[in-house]
Write a protein that binds this ligand. Structure first.
Ligand SMILES: [Zn+2]
Length: 433
């Protein structure tokens, strides 16, 4: 086998709203090494039963020659891991991945329900508390979903709010089968990585450098444990997202919803005017809470940078600015990291092209951006489906049009949304070394 790859191919499968990338390194004529990065969906594609997830799993088997060296689950959201559960998950486990990489927040040794005793908390900087809080919030997501039918009946609750609650609730549900499969499918090892973790990949993908740029641990950065929201200089929603601003959680999270349902029978006639107002406020509080959870989980995303010679391939999951911040501006070697990122040849667009996951300071770094197609121009891939998340009127639609415009103008963009074929449901980009 050659000491270094001669070619890399990145294949993005049309999972609807979600991510699924197969990164294949070619060594000479017939030897390949394969890495699956995420496999999940919350809005299924329109081909095959179950949105084609089983078909996609089988294609991954075919396209990888029946063997995965590595599986990466960037974070615990359903649109990144749902495919690791059920039948499609069994197909993936059957490809016998050697190494499974997840973020440090998934480490069962610090999970609240771990069988082994949690390590002494000294020096862990509140990690068990954060992990436990993420789990608690997934329970809240389930509670929110249960409330949706009640909200549907309430004319005072705006439709966009109901839809976002429903979407975010679904995305943030715990996905036990997928999580269990991921924990156990690695033949050699499961690694729970954070910024700076050296992954044991030397013999799995010879000649390929792999750097973990996120998420930082709590010791490295306290900001990922918070969910502070919009920095106008970094996001793509521009000014004027007033609907968004009014429902952002400010400071401490609001109290969780009261246990009782509001019944008009228990309220005197003269005070019934207040009911719609209360329902509206509750729905907005719920949305703020579920959004906090959504951001908190996005910020546990692994950020991976693969490197062959001077070709750099960047996979940031759904990382938002709080996660990126450590690598870009706080890590001791952040200047060197910025230089390497500047030379990126490939960027997996963060968070399906949403406004909050491609920090402008990162985008502006990329030196291979260019107006005209030319050899060496930045290649980008986005896996997304419009109409599932956010709204044009408050400039929160996913994918965000201003970002897609910038990607289209200044990079060679491949979007799963444009895929129509029911037999060839993937996009490819290739790099030759
Ligand atoms: Zn996602």
């Amino acid at each position: 086998m050659a000491a270094a790859p001669t070619k890399a191919r990145i294949r993005s499968y049309n999972v609807g709203f979600g991510d699924c990338f197969l990164l294949t390194f070619f060594y000479g004529d017939d030897e390949t090494r394969n890495i699956l990065i995420d496999f999940g969906s919350t809005k299924k594609s329109d081909f095959g039963p179950d949105g084609g997830m089983l078909e996609i799993a089988e294609k991954i088997g075919e396209h990888s020659g029946g063997k995965l060296e590595m599986v990466v689950a960037t974070h615990r959201h359903a649109d990144h891991i749902s495919g690791f559960g059920g039948k499609p998950g069994r197909v993936i486990a059957g490809l016998e991945p050697e190494l499974v990489v997840q973020p440090w927040t998934e480490n069962p040794d610090i999970a609240p329900d771990a069988r082994a005793p949690a390590p002494a908390s000294a020096g862990r900087g509140g990690a068990p508390a954060m992990v436990s809080r993420l789990a608690d919030m997934q329970t809240v997501a389930a509670a929110v979903l249960a409330e949706i039918p009640v909200l549907e009946a309430s004319p005072s609750v705006r439709k966009p709010i109901r839809e976002q609650l429903s979407f975010l609730g679904e995305t943030n549900l715990a996905n036990a089968a997928a999580v269990r499969n991921l924990m156990t499918m690695g033949r050699r090892q499961a690694v729970y990585a954070s910024f700076g973790t050296q992954l044991p990949v030397a013999d799995l993908i010879p000649g390929v450098g792999l750097q973990v740029l996120g998420p930082p641990t709590l010791e490295q950065s306290a900001t990922i444990a918070r969910e502070r929201s919009s920095d106008p200089n970094e996001f793509w929603h521009l000014a004027g997202a007033s609907a968004d601003a009014t429902i952002q959680a400010g400071g401490d999270p609001p109290p969780l919803f009261p246990e009782f349902a509001i019944s008009s029978d228990s309220i005197p006639q003269e005070a019934r005017w207040v009911i719609p107002e209360i329902e509206r406020m509750r729905s907005e509080e719920m949305l703020a809470i579920v959004r906090s959870l959504d951001s908190a989980l996005n910020n546990t995303s692994l950020i991976l940078l693969f490197e062959v010679g001077d070709t750099r391939l960047l996979f940031p999951g759904d990382a938002q600015i709080e996660n990126w911040k450590y690598a870009l501006s706080a890590a001791p070697d952040h200047e060197a990291i910025r230089k390497r990122l500047a030379g990126a040849s490939f960027y997996k667009v963060g968070h399906h092209g949403s406004l909050n996951a491609t920090p402008k300071s990162l985008w502006k770094l990329f030196e291979h951006r260019g107006e005209k197609p030319a050899p060496g121009r930045l290649m980008t891939m986005v896996s997304t489906a419009a109409g599932k998340h956010g709204h044009v009127e408050d400039r929160t639609e996913v994918p965000r049009s201003t970002l897609i415009d910038a990607l289209t103008e200044l990079s060679d963009l491949h979007n799963t949304q444009a895929l129509r074929s029911k037999t060839e449901f993937w996009n490819d980009v290739e790099f030759h070394f």
